[in-house]
Design a protein around this ligand. Structure first.
Ligand SMILES: Cc1cc2nc3c(=O)[nH]c(=O)nc-3n(C[C@H](O)[C@H](O)[C@H](O)COP(=O)(O)OP(=O)(O)OC[C@H]3O[C@@H](n4cnc5c(N)ncnc54)[C@H](O)[C@@H]3O)c2cc1C
Ligand code: SF4
Length: 441
């Protein structure tokens, strides 16, 4: 494995795109299988062979049109989906040789569309009902896109200053440039959806206020924004940070919205990251880019048990992130209120390491702002919203639906989209039914 130096303060995208010639050459390898396993492997059943076929013929407008029938976020999925576990993992060509590079091809088509403006969808008349969407991550954006296309007036309420959820404030710029996310949001705006940012439901307004404003149904796609803490001595010292807050601040710094010193990793610091999922990989690689002297992961299990994608792990190793397997953080020590060292425990004993920053990436759960300020929305003992199958995605309160990570537990972009697509169908049935009842009563 070749080691690379991720230069401090450089968040340029790390993976390169195809040229047109390379994309068409790759597309021509596709066998256009009669029963395509790539499509089965895709959680949203993207019509992969059909758009690859159009790409192979050089018909990029047709290719993006086909992709749009299933996905609202192709430029995102092309970059951050676990293709090796999904479409590419199922591609027949991978059985004996090299699977089709479907993710990179999807990214190529979506980026080409963004640059050339190939495809314009007609505005559908919005006369089937009004939908409020809370949260603009992959779940909220999917509901907005699917329902706007079906003739619903959609308004999205987002507490952050910009839409996108984890796509905008979690996944770092070097994996998912923020202009790519902004372009996906613009495509949804172009369908007629209206965004209200800096608006927190549960603080600025409630579920009841939204019904009073005349919305026929409400979707909660609020994700899992509340990080888990560790119950060990020293967690309240300065220098102990939550990964999702650190990543958010690094994103804001990249967008020039905050100053460098507001990001809690300074040049030359020794950083330890606790956890071994994708959030831990992103936090480690971001700490490297912020100029940390060393970055080490602490994980209590073995490499085989980590939840991070293999490719993410390999990229972290290439960028000099070190890994402490079967190691537990058992205490954090400090002086004058600031972290100075940590205690690590392994099967062979306990040791102390000097440290400046400890970043926690040990899981997240839903915040309770909305359910605390609205009656009748039940959650389980960890705060996940309970939904039913009929109509699909409705909570225990009539007219309020939920989907994505706030229901399914932290998952992936495409699984949040998959779930939201099914909830959109449930919401459409529900609103059509109440409109029909209103008309005949
Ligand atoms: C650091 C990180 C890296 C990841 N990397 C990948 C990856 O590479 N590939 C992948 O497939 N998945 C990845 N994931 C997981 C993926 O991002 C999530 O599964 C997905 O974003 C969930 O979508 P969602 O729409 O349910 O929630 P979110 O994306 O969390 O969006 C929820 C939105 O709701 C808003 N909100 C919350 N409460 C309120 C409120 N009361 N009022 C108004 N707005 C509110 C939030 O601000 C946010 O915008 C990653 C996650 C993290 C944290
Ligand atoms: S399984 Fe592979 S070869 Fe077959 S249609 Fe899908 S991408 Fe093409």
């Amino acid at each position: 494995m070749q080691l690379v130096n991720a230069s401090p303060d450089s968040f340029e995208e790390v993976n390169e795109s195809y040229t047109m010639k390379e994309a068409i050459k790759e597309a021509k390898r596709c066998l256009h299988c009669k029963s395509p396993q790539c499509r089965t492997g895709c959680p949203i059943n993207n019509e992969i062979p059909d758009w690859i076929h159009e790409l192979a013929l050089g018909n990029l407008g047709n290719a993006i049109q086909i992709i749009n029938t299933r996905s609202n976020l192709p430029a995102v999925c092309g970059r951050v989906c676990a293709h090796e576990r999904q479409c590419e993992g199922h591609c027949i060509l991978g059985k004996k040789g090299q699977a089709m590079n479907i993710g990179k091809l999807e990214r190529f088509v979506a980026d080409f569309d963004a640059q050339m403006g190939l495809h314009h969808e007609g505005l559908v008349q919005k006369n089937r009902g009004r939908i409020a969407v809370i949260g603009s991550g992959p779940a909220g954006l999917t509901i907005a896109g699917d329902m706007a296309r079906q003739g619903f007036q959609v308004e999205i309420f987002e507490m952050e200053p910009e839409p996108g959820g984890v796509l905008m404030f979690g996944i770092p710029e070097y994996r998912l440039p923020k202009d790519v996310v902004r372009h996906e949001v613009e495509r949804i705006k172009a369908l007629g959806a209206i965004f209200h940012c800096n608006t927190t439901v549960g603080i600025d307004l409630t579920i009841d206020d939204l019904f009073d404003q005349g919305f026929d149904a409400i979707f909660m796609g609020t994700g899992t924004g509340k990080p888990r803490k560790l119950d060990i001595p020293g967690c309240d010292l300065k220098g102990v940070e939550q990964a999702i807050y650190f990543l958010r601040l690094a994103s804001l710094f990249n967008a020039q919205s905050i100053k460098r010193e507001e990001v809690p990793v300074a040049a030359g610091q020794r950083v330890f990251v606790v956890g071994c999922g994708n959030t831990a990989m992103d936090a480690s690689r971001t700490a490297i880019r912020m100029g940390a002297k060393s970055v080490e992961i602490i994980y209590h299990r073995t490499m085989a048990e980590m939840s991070a994608l293999r490719a993410e792990y390999e990229d972290a190793v290439k960028e000099h992130v070190a890994f402490n397997w079967q190691t537990q953080l058992t205490a954090i020590q400090g002086e004058d209120g600031h972290v100075t060292s940590i205690e690590l425990t392994t099967p062979s004993g306990t040791r102390r390491e000097e440290a400046d920053v400890v970043i926690l990436a040990v899981g997240q759960r839903p915040a309770s702002r909305i359910v605390k300020t609205a009656k009748g929305i039940e959650v389980d003992d960890r705060g996940y919203v309970i939904t039913r199958d009929l109509p699909f995605g409705m909570t225990t309160r009539n007219g309020v639906f939920a989907g994505g990570d706030v229901v399914r537990h932290p998952a992936t972009v495409v699984h949040a989209m998959q779930n939201a697509k099914a909830v959109a169908e449930g919401m459409i049935r529900y609103v059509d039914a109440i409109k029909l009842l209103e008309a005949i009563s």
